[in-house]
Ligand binder design. Structure first.
Ligand SMILES: NC(=O)c1ccc[n+]([C@@H]2O[C@H](COP(=O)([O-])OP(=O)(O)OC[C@H]3O[C@@H](n4cnc5c(N)ncnc54)[C@H](OP(=O)(O)O)[C@@H]3O)[C@@H](O)[C@H]2O)c1
Length: 226
């Protein structure tokens, strides 16, 4: 399974202007996919359009499920890579990370979109330490409940749980597995893992930690899925 399989051709990215999403875009375009980043600001849409994407506007914090239907209409797969970000806002963990996931899942079910890849975070099933910040506790809770909803869905999901994300150049080498040591990983390498799992049937209904490692991306995915 180290070869790329044929997979979804039109792929929406929720959180499409994010740092992981921006690194995923060229990989999917290079695979001749149509990429539909969902963004909340027109200037983000213009910028991504110039790069070859077909962006659509959606503000997760203002949208209900009904608003997702037109923007996800016609896509074959959805990557959820949105997040409330590092602004220290507890409420945005609930509205963006969790609320966004739940609404996206509901819209996919409604539209019959089966393939779904969730970008989560390593270790979120472990209770955060009692002295961790309220923001961190809210983040962990949002990701944990989001992933539970993904696993309970009828979709063809894959959950990827990266360790701390770096803006370093991608190495092309990663490790996927369960209960891994949280070695930091570049956003570009996470993007490469997303691109690798999207078309692979062996990755359906699987959840992995994704950390810095020594195996080429396709081989790491193949080993984890075997
Ligand atoms: N940071 C880490 O070390 C780490 C580790 C493991 C996992 N993760 C997770 O990995 C995922 C991707 O990370 P990243 O670095 O790519 O994150 P990022 O750059 O912060 O991207 C998140 C995207 O979500 C979008 N978003 C936030 N609120 C929104 C709203 N109301 N409506 C529409 N879009 C909204 C942001 O839009 P704007 O650009 O408009 O703000 C941003 O483009 C996140 O879910 C994050 O939690 C992060």
């Amino acid at each position: 399974m180290t070869e790329r399989a044929a997979g979804p051709r039109t792929i929406a990215i929720v959180g499409g202007a994010g740092k992981v999403a921006r690194r995923l875009l060229p990989l999917l375009l290079a695979d001749d996919c149509t990429v539909v980043p969902l963004v909340r600001r027109p200037e983000q849409a213009s910028e991504l359009e110039a790069l070859g994407a077909e962006p659509r506007l959606l503000d997760i914090e203002r949208a209900g499920v009904v608003d997702y239907l037109p923007v996800l209409d016609g896509v074959d797969a959805v990557v959820f890579a949105a997040g409330g970000g590092p602004d220290g806002n507890v409420e945005r963990k609930r509205t963006v990370d969790l609320g966004g996931t739940l609404a996206t899942l509901a819209a996919c079910a409604e539209l019959g979109i089966r393939r779904y890849v969730q970008v989560s975070a390593i270790g979120v099933d472990q209770p955060p330490s009692a002295d961790s910040s309220p923001v961190w506790q809210a983040y962990v809770a949002a990701k944990k409940v989001s992933d539970l909803a993904v696993r309970r869905s009828e979709l063809d999901w894959t959950i990827l749980r990266p360790a701390a994300l770096l803006d370093d150049e991608p190495t092309g080498h990663v490790q996927l597995g369960v209960d891994l040591e949280p070695a930091p990983i570049s956003r570009g390498d996470v993007a490469a893992v997303i691109a690798a799992v999207l078309p692979q049937p062996a990755t359906l209904r699987r959840q992995w930690d994704v950390v810095g490692g020594v195996l080429p991306v396709l081989e790491a995915v193949a080993r984890a899925a075997s």
